[in-house]
Design a protein around this ligand. Structure first.
Ligand code: SAH
Ligand code: SF4
Ligand code: F3S
Length: 477
């Protein structure tokens, strides 16, 4: 490294986020120099895999890359391509390896190109080993705990010819107030907590996202106030188990209390949240959901399995009966609520009888939509060590039967709004037909109707004219 540059780096302030702003400025100088050499502006592309948390993290990456002077492009031929990865199922990992393979060819053609990898997959040491060995052309690797340090890591990657790797095992830090570039002007995710303490037996998230940490309510409120003054109308509160929010704060606050505080903010028109763990869903929360029209009529309540025996083995801390009782309670308090869920098929030891219990819950609850997953063995989780893995063909057959059932039920369920007028927040112009716009109802169902770009980010009263299974065609009233 140049002596001059080293001296500069040594002057970086210790405290955060000032340190990252310092590095962003330095990165900007380096990017400018590179851009002069290339005789064109340098571009970037952030590719996101996985859940809403990752989507929100990616907005932070974009904010920093823009601060460093890169120009956004949606092409993987960009000068800086970064994959924000997911590892919840093996498929997610395979996708990343596949795409890295093709990036290699792109990089060979572009001497300015850099490749970064971050997110949940990078928290697994065997993944990092594999990348070092099989994908040595990658320039930067970091994990979920030090994403706030991206500006600093970017500088190291810009000045180093070899791969820069910085992955932490865990952290108790939450660094606030870094730049963010939101994907939508009118809605935004807001992290209320990080990590997970539940250790469901099949799940890798607690290992790659670390222990549960809640943000202070004041920080959350002030972020939302800022978002509202920027034009945001809908917030999605994010956490792996939002129902356990606030338990470990110095002055504990419940999730229901937090929701009430947010509902009181003028300008916030819609509040969503994800994800609710059934074991921690309180009566207080159910009451609050019924009380505030701003809180969307939608609850994602992952079931995972309908068999109490499997649920016990999964370490979920509820039985089939408790789950069904909870659903009844919610429906009494919030009539017409849209319930959605996640289900895993083929968990080790799942018998036909266990699977029938899952089908039974699906028929009883009648979800508006269900995300169905085939069990995927994750190294290091307790379930991966189980011997009774279910044969692939049996899993496939159960998966198809479940899918058929949930599709039939959800089409019938969604249809219940046909002919009504609903408030829709317009999200964008329809990709297939530019004479239409697309928006969401409070229950998260999509509606397409005639309109134009000027409607984006506004609420419209829309008459639902035809139901197409999981979405509607409508007309503005
Ligand atoms: N925190 C959320 C879920 C995060 S992961 C919750 O507790 O509900 C999202 C979904 O992925 C889970 O609900 C589960 O259905 C699924 N999932 C997690 N690990 C999995 C695995 N090993 N195989 C298949 N699906 C899995
Ligand atoms: Fe995984 Fe369970 Fe935590 Fe959800 S609650 S992230 S499924 S361990
Ligand atoms: Fe995937 Fe990490 Fe989310 S593993 S589901 S991106 S928390």
């Amino acid at each position: 490294m140049e002596k001059n540059l080293l001296e500069k780096i040594n002057q970086a302030p210790e405290e955060e986020p000032a340190r990252q702003y310092f590095f962003m400025k330095l990165a900007k100088e380096l990017v400018e120099a590179k851009s002069k050499e290339a005789k064109r502006p340098l571009t970037f592309d952030v590719v996101t895999f996985g859940c809403q948390m990752n989507a929100r993290d990616s907005e932070k990456l974009v904010g920093i890359l823009e601060g460093a002077g890169y120009i956004k492009s949606e092409s993987e031929e960009s000068d800086f391509v970064i994959y924000n990865t997911c590892t919840v199922r093996e498929n997610a990992n395979l996708k990343v390896y596949g795409r890295l393979g093709s990036l290699k060819r792109v990089k060979r053609r572009n001497p300015h190109m850099m490749i970064g990898l971050c997110g949940c997959m990078m928290q697994e040491s065997q993944v990092v080993e594999k990348i070092k060995k099989s994908y040595p052309f990658v320039d930067l690797i970091f994990g979920t705990h030090n994403i706030y340090k991206f500006a600093e890591l970017l500088v190291y990657a810009l000045v180093n010819n070899s791969m820069v790797i910085d992955v932490w095992k865990d952290t108790d830090r939450i660094v606030e107030n870094l730049p963010v570039d939101r994907k939508y002007s009118f809605k935004s995710g807001v992290n209320i907590m990080f990590g997970c303490n539940n250790f469901c037996s099949y799940c890798i998230v607690p290992y790659v996202r670390g222990r549960e940490r809640s943000r202070n309510p004041e920080d959350i409120i002030s972020e939302i106030n800022q978002l509202v003054s920027d034009g945001v109308k809908e917030v999605m509160l994010l956490g792996q188990n939002v129902n356990s929010y606030g338990k470990n704060l110095e002055y504990p606050v419940t999730f229901a209390e937090l929701l009430e505080k947010i509902a009181a903010i003028e300008g916030v028109e819609r509040i969503r949240f994800m994800t609710s763990h059934p074991k921690d869903l309180s009566d207080e929360l159910i009451r609050v959901m019924g009380r505030y029209p701003k809180i969307c009529n939608h609850l994602h309540l992952p079931l995972q399995s309908g068999s109490s025996k499997i649920l016990k083995d999964m370490n979920r801390h509820y039985t089939k009966e408790e789950y069904l009782l909870l659903v009844d309670k919610i429906r009494k308090s919030v009539p017409d609520i849209s319930l959605t869920t996640d289900i895993i098929v083929g968990y080790p030891g799942e018998t036909e009888k266990d699977f029938e219990q899952t089908m039974d819950v699906v028929r009883k609850v009648r979800y508006d939509s269900v995300f169905t997953f085939i069990y995927s063995k994750r190294t290091g989780t307790p379930a991966a060590a189980r011997e009774e893995q279910v044969p692939k063909d049996v899993v496939k057959d159960r998966f198809n039967r479940l899918l058929k059932e949930v599709q039939t039920i959800s089409a019938e369920q969604i249809n219940r709004f046909l002919g009504t007028v609903q408030e829709v927040l317009v999200e964008g112009v329809n990709e297939q037909d530019p004479s239409l716009v697309t928006g969401r109802m409070t229950n998260n169902v999509l509606v397409h109707f005639p309109g134009d770009v000027s409607m984006i980010g506004t609420f419209r009263q829309v008459h639902l004219e035809t139901c197409k299974g999981f979405y509607y065609m409508g007309k503005e009233r």
